[in-house]
Structure formats: structure tokens, C-alpha cells
Design a protein around this ligand. Sequence first.
Ligand code: A3P
Length: 281
Amino acid sequence: RIDPTKIKMVPYNGMMMPQTYEHPEVYLPKVKNLQLRDSDVMLSTYPKSGTHWLWRVLDMLVHGSAEYGDRVIDNTVLDFMPTEVIDKAESPRILLTHLPFDLLPEKLKDGRVKVVHVYRHPKAVLVSLFFQMMKVGHIPDMTLETLMNMMASGKAPMKSQSYYFDTVQEYEKSNPNVSIFHLAYEDMKEDPVSSIKKLAAHLNVEASDELCSQIAEAVTFNNQKKEEEKRAPADQNAMNFYRKGEASGWKNHLTVAQSERMDQMMRERAPTCPFFRRYCS
Ligand code: A3P
């Protein structure tokens, strides 16, 4: 199995992209041509926006059970799993990706596959990514300031969160058939049961109120962390994806100047980007 926290990032088309088995030049065209199934669900996020959390929720919803099954997240990750492996995964599949929308499979455009896009406060994403990068030692002497500069100049993974948001918006505008549900991490945190009900409605799966409550309980931060720990391979950093799980924890880590710089960036982008609008103070 691949340890996602140790994946090498390589330059591709002005972006830093993951390289595992193959160079992005080789695997991205295969991703474009990936055969989709009507029962697939596409979970797309900018890194650190709650991917692992929502993967569990969607996996439980499509299987109609709040039990932790034996499915593993890595088998269907478009960004680093060979398409031959993804092709063999059992239905229903939760296809998972951090790829900008314009790189996603062409077949998505016919609107048969449901897409769930999870987004999160950019300051929380910055802090979360910083702690992950520090832990795995991707970049020596990394500071929050360095990471913020990398994000501002498009040198962070997948360029930057704002570039990612641009691709989401552009994609939705030019592909009106595509069915995307946008979920904010903070809304899921605030009211998980009603968020799960909305997700079920979007996926068109039957989910009783009881099941939605059971799923919400199964994936509270503490419960999920405990369950994933039991399943985490001992030699990997799999548990780095469960750090604090808070909506506003970033406030303890950014200086006033850093926070203001992020505010400024969001205010500049807010008029044309709804994902920034809700986070502007
Ligand atoms: P923090 O670093 O702020 O704690 P991703 O899966 O996209 O890499 O996102 C990881 C972030 O989601 C981490 O944020 C992690 O703690 C948080 N997270 C993981 N599971 C969660 C859960 N069940 N509830 C809330 N947050 C969760």
C-alpha cells in the first residue's frame, strides 16, 4: 500500500502534482479516460478539507450501514492509484481526488455520477497542511509563513486552494449537467445529521433518520480516530489525517499579520468566489 503522506510531488504544467507509480504526464491522460459507473460517487476536495472524514460518511451511505467495513480509502484515489486498480474496485466506488476539476474524467460530464465537493476555511486548511508537512518532513525547516507563501505563489500541492476553487467554479459553469453538492467542513461539524441527510438525498440513496444519526455518531472525530487506528497499517503515517478535527483551531496558530494576509486574499477573491465569501470577516 502507498503511504499518501510520503508521496513525491513533481512539477507538472505549473503545478506540484503527486507521482507514485507513474509521472503525471502518464497517468493524467488515463484518469481523463477512466470508465465511470453510474453507481460511482466522486469525492473531490482540496487537501486537508476533511477528505478522510467524508470518505467514511459516503462509504457508509452507499453501503447503507454505519459499520466500518473493510473497504480501504486508497484503492480508488485518482491522484495516485493506477487506473488498472481503480477499474477493478468493487461497486459502489467512492472515487476520491484532489485533482483540479479540469483534470477529472471526461465521462463525468454526462452527469450520471454524483459529485461531492467538500471545502473548508482556507486558514484551517493552511494550518492543517502545515502540521501534516511538518510531521512527515516533506520540506526541511518548514514554517507556517513559508507554506503561506507557497500557497500564495502556487507552489503548494495542486497549486493553491484558490486555483482549485477556480477550477470547481469554471467546471460547474461549463458543464451544467454535472451534479455537484458543495459541503462546507464547518456545516458538517455544526450539524452532521442534517448534512448527512442532504448528502443521502444528493446521492439518491435511501437513508432513514436513524441511519443518518448512527453514521453521524460513528464518524465523530474521536470515534473515527479510534476506529481508523485499529485499521491503520503500523508502518505508515495513516493517523496523520486525524489531528484535532476542529472548525476554529487555526486561531491558535496564525499570527495577526498572517491572519490579515489571508483575509485580504479572501476579500479580493470573494466577489467572484462563493467559497471564499462565507469566510470573509
Ligand atoms: P486538522 O488538521 O485541522 O485536525 P484530509 O482528510 O482532507 O487530509 O483532512 C484532514 C483534516 O480533517 C484534519 O484537520 C483532521 O483532523 C480532520 N478530520 C479527520 N477526521 C475528522 C472527523 N471525523 N471530524 C472532524 N474532522 C476530521
